[in-house]
Design a protein around this ligand. Sequence first.
Ligand SMILES: [Zn+2]
Ligand SMILES: [Zn+2]
Length: 373
Amino acid sequence: MSTAPQIDAPPGDTTTTAPPLGLFGTGTVPAAADLPVEIPVDLTGMDDDDRARTKVITSAIRQRSQELRRDHPVLRHQDALGLAAFSVALLGFVGSGALYLTGVLPWYVTVLVSAAFAAIGHEVEHDLIHALYFRRRKAVRYALLYAVWAFRPYTINPVYRIRLHLRHHAYSGLPDDIEEVSITNGKPWGLVRLYSLLDPYVPAMTRILFTKPVDAEDALWRRTILKASIGLTPVAITIWYGFLLLHLASWLGAAVPAGLLHALTVLTVVWVGPNVWRGFCLHFISSNMHYQGDVEQGNVLQQTQVFNKWYLAPFQVFCANFGSTHPIHHFYVADPFYVRQLMERDIHPVLAANGVRFNDMGTFARANRYAKD
Ligand SMILES: [Zn+2]
Ligand SMILES: [Zn+2]
């Protein structure tokens, strides 16, 4: 493997020394005068062998993608399928909540069933971020993005997530991969990491509000993340912590208004709670199947592992099999989540034969570093 690549400095950037570490913008990539959506991926550091392996994998995925569309023509109706997936997620989420409100389902069944349907909503959001549905109809795409946020409120504004997520692909595994770093990837294990898997937002907000930015880029990303959190995120946080605190107070014997406690309980069971659990499962799988800290820029072989051991199934159910299918996405972003699912069995052997790791549980001890020594 070659050493970490250098990327050309943009015009006007005269920075020659590494800036001090901030929360964001750690100096491994050029300072951003603005926040571009399209980030060129610099591959100059990859050696020929890795390039060849990457090409084999990408070609295999593309070929399987074409075969699936040829054998199942329904897959060509991608916009309709995206809308169908969105409808299934929404109806499943709302239906499960309705069955709780009418006394058919106990709270814990509703939380789990709704979380599984919300996970489909997350995949739809991710596909919309890559413009895989309604590519030429931005208004429809954005309307759907806000609609999937409505039943997944414990997350940031998905329109702001577009920049963060495309940055994830461009700088995957580098400290500048803000999306993954924000969900604990690369941090040593401990109570803070464990808690941040359940709720990455309050710890992130605390750090943003109570520490000072070290440079303009750090400040810019802080502002962006704060803006991305306006809307449903604080509403969901208020409901979740209100629910926990009032139940604790009531248990300790304090006089808590029964109506308020009931309202927070209902909102937690049918809206926020499923997303807290879904988020935990997704963050746990994602932050351990991506490598972090010593990945060569643009080297997709090092960015992820296939993370699908049988005992991870209880988490995979609530993140739409993310650990098993997301590595395919890093090599080829043009397929929606259900196509990745359909090709998983055929592509995994290709990934394995070309050096992508499978179930590397040592990642827990290495704080997600790729290097094993
Ligand atoms: Zn993506
Ligand atoms: Zn990823």
